[in-house]
Design a binder for this molecule. Structure first.
Ligand code: S3P
Length: 444
């Protein structure tokens, strides 16, 4: 759980070049799914490289509350003895998902087609995020829910006793909506169909297939149509979680803007539905090489070598947004060091993340002396050719990625950059400060 404790003000300042090897923790999206699918399988799922961030620990606790036997063996090494599809028990207490939108939305999907009732809550950030986008499609299966105004948490969901298969076109480019519907489809007879107009991260589809479900995606005039055959017996798996490209983004971007830096990041997940930031950075002139490209556990991975680079602003193609949706905060921070402006359009989903990320980045960048333009679904950052003043304090709104973006920025500004609260960093990247310090960064 985050956002309950006292704020942790943090500051970063410019120092020498960054160098060395950055061992990035496991992927957050794959970690959530490993625990949830492990809990819905028969047998023992063995997970290596699980992210031990607060978001994931909350999902692990939740799976235990629904009856799975979840055990930590060692660092990143966990086992889950599942209850099988349809085997969830009714939790005895409220499920607290902390800061995790993915956790709560996927778990709601997974329990919504079992005849049990569960109440969900989270921290102040999660309690302010829209849940109607999940409860609307789950209602089509027959699940009922009562939340606060606009369906926000705390929310109680009564799972469908006799779920009906659903054909649903997602109104937003969101892997969380897609995954909630597919997980609901697991305990539903017949075929559940989810259509997404833009392709979002596909870990749920890949992993469901790996666990033995019948699932296929075809491209039609309507978009990507995913069909899941309900009531499979999911079989426990051995999972090696790839390292999180969304966490890697922070040291990668820091190394690009701190003069003379060169760092290596082994084993980074490069699923094409996640790797949009790296494509964008290369287009901006970043010196990133992808070494030892290979496949591990069904996901493409590579070792990244990154050298400090002179960047130029670009217009990021709108259709790339789903593949880098979590990376716009750090992209806007490095864009301040580029020459020319960086235009990010079609990004209104940023307004419903852990905070309103367009607003948080815009205000924080202004506080560092950077000129921006902002609209409902766009952000334009005017680059200052490496010459960024800094010296301001950014408000982070219980958002890990906002905090890390500004702390990376401060490693190359003229004056130190402060953030009002870095506590939320522990939700996704608990070793961020130590890892960055190990590369030579001055973060206190
Ligand atoms: C996630 C999906 C994305 C992303 C989040 C993780 C997932 O959210 O922002 O950090 O693991 O499915 P949306 O699906 O709402 O875009």
């Amino acid at each position: 759980m985050s956002g309950h404790g006292t704020p942790i003000p943090m500051q970063s300042r410019a120092g020498g070049p960054l160098s060395g090897t950055a061992e990035i923790p496991g992927d957050k999206s794959v970690s959530h799914r490993s625990l949830i699918l492990g809990a819905l399988s028969v047998g023992q799922t063995n997970i290596r490289g699980l992210l031990e961030g607060e978001d994931i620990l909350d999902t692990a606790k939740a799976m235990a509350s629904f009856g799975a036997d979840v055990e930590r063996i060692g660092y990143g090494e966990w086992t889950v003895n599942g209850v099988g599809v349809g085997g969830f028990a009714e939790p005895e207490d409220v499920i607290d998902c902390g800061n995790a939108g993915t956790g709560v939305r996927l778990i709601m999907g997974a329990m919504s087609t079992s005849p049990i009732t569960a109440t969900f809550t989270g921290d102040a950030s999660l309690r302010s995020r829209p849940m109607g986008r999940i409860t609307d499609p789950l209602a089509l299966f027959g699940a009922q829910s009562v939340g606060r105004d606009k369906g926000m948490l705390p929310l109680t969901m009564v799972g469908a006793r006799d779920p009906l298969p659903v054909r649903y076109t997602s109104p937003h480019p969101s892997a969380q909506i897609k995954s909630a519907v597919l997980l609901a489809g697991l305990n539903t007879p017949g075929k559940t169909v989810l259509i997404e107009k833009e392709k979002t991260r596909d870990h749920t589809e890949r992993m469901l297939r790996g666990f033995g479900a019948e699932i296929e995606t075809v491209e039609t005039d309507e978009g990507f149509e995913i069909t899941l055959t309900g009531q499979p017996e999911l079989k426990a798996q051995d999972i090696a979680v790839p390292r999180d490209p969304s966490s890697a983004a922070f040291p990668v971007c820091a190394a690009l803007i701190v003069e003379g830096s060169e760092i290596v990041l082994p084993n980074i997940g490069l699923n094409p539905t996640r790797a949009g930031l790296f494509t964008t950075l290369v287009e901006m002139g970043a010196d990133i090489t992808f070494e030892n490209e290979r496949e591990e556990g069904g996901e493409p991975v590579a070792d990244l070598r990154v050298k400090a680079s002179k960047l130029k602003g670009i217009e990021v193609p709108e259709d790339r947004a789903p593949s880098m949706i979590d990376e716009y905060p750090i992209l806007s921070a490095v864009a301040a060091f580029a020459t020319g402006k960086t235009v990010m359009r079609g990004v209104k989903e940023l307004r419903v993340k852990e905070c309103d990320r367009i607003d948080a980045m815009a205000r924080g960048l202004e506080a560092q002396g950077v000129q921006i333009e902002e609209g409902e679904d766009f952000l334009i950052v005017h680059g200052q050719s490496g010459d960024v003043k800094g010296g301001g304090t950014a408000k982070t709104f219980i958002d890990h990625r906002i905090a890390m973006s500004f702390l990376c920025m401060g490693l190359a500004t003229k004056e130190p950059v402060s953030v009002d609260d870095g506590a939320a960093i522990a939700t996704s990247f608990p070793i961020f400060q130590d890892l960055m310090k190990g590369l030579g960064a001055d973060i206190s």
